[in-house]
Design a protein around this ligand. Structure first.
Ligand code: NAG
Ligand code: NAG
Ligand code: NAG
Ligand code: NAG
Ligand code: NAG
Length: 184
């Protein structure tokens, strides 16, 4: 390697090290949580709320029970960003929940799943019935592995269920997770 190339490599290495250690002043905050139960024959909800732990710390809590055995789950995920009302932002997708739990085949959904899986009992594939919960979920800016512009966001997730693979799913619950992100 020539001296010039070596210097360049060193410079790049320093750049990456410095970047890794820079203070992350970015902030993530849950601002609201909404659960609309559309079909009470599928689900019972005991808790769906944010808890303010400290001024700067809010946790997300969901606790419910799936009343019937689910063998097919369709999950529709849409991200909206506030700009004169809620506007669709980047992602609008539908995934097969049972398949995803066997193999997280959609990278963006895997990012969201990784944020909450350790605080939940969402660790099984189909068939499933019984408790479903996410407890004391706290997310900070450094848990977000992708660049995100500052703003108010709404992660809208609609859950469709069917008791058998060969049946059409029906909308059980629509959930809205509102958060604010402030870039460094
Ligand atoms: C800052 O955030 C970046 C990416 O979000 C991460 O790679 C880095 O480790 C963080 N640094 C600190 C000091 O937390
Ligand atoms: C969820 O709520 C039910 C009914 O109140 C309760 O029995 C159960 O312990 C709760 N689950 C969790 C994980 O807190
Ligand atoms: C998002 O996807 C749903 C279902 O595929 C579709 O009905 C809706 O029109 C889409 N919205 C936008 C803004 O593309
Ligand atoms: C799923 O998570 C719950 C709660 O953490 C745990 O009790 C259970 O053993 C886990 N099941 C599997 C299949 O990992
Ligand atoms: C759907 O599949 C189940 C078994 O998985 C079977 O018992 C049932 O007859 C099927 N129903 C239809 C309408 O094909």
């Amino acid at each position: 390697m020539g001296t010039c190339t070596k210097s360049l490599v060193l410079l790049l290495a320093l750049y990456f090290v410095a970047d890794q250690y820079k203070i992350n002043a970015s902030k993530f905050k849950f601002t609201n949580l909404v659960c609309d139960l559309l079909d009470p024959s599928w689900l019972e909800i005991y808790q769906c709320r944010l808890k303010a732990i400290r001024r700067d710390k809010t946790t997300l809590n969901f606790n419910g029970t799936l009343l019937k055995t689910v063998n097919k789950i369709k999950i529709h995920v849409q991200i909206l960003k506030k700009a004169n009302g809620w506007k669709p932002w980047l992602y609008n997708m539908t995934l097969d929940g049972c398949r995803f739990m066997r193999n997280p085949y959609v990278p963006v959904a895997a990012i969201v799943y990784n944020l909450f899986k350790d605080n939940s009992n969402f660790n099984h594939s189909c068939p499933y019935s019984g408790p479903v919960y996410i407890l004391n979920l706290h997310v900070t800016a450094k848990d977000i592995p992708v660049p995100l512009p500052s703003g108010d966001y709404l992660l809208l997730i609609k859950w469709y269920f069917a008791s058998s693979r060969n049946l059409t799913t029906s909308l059980g619950i629509s959930s809205g997770i509102y958060f604010n992100f402030k870039e460094d």
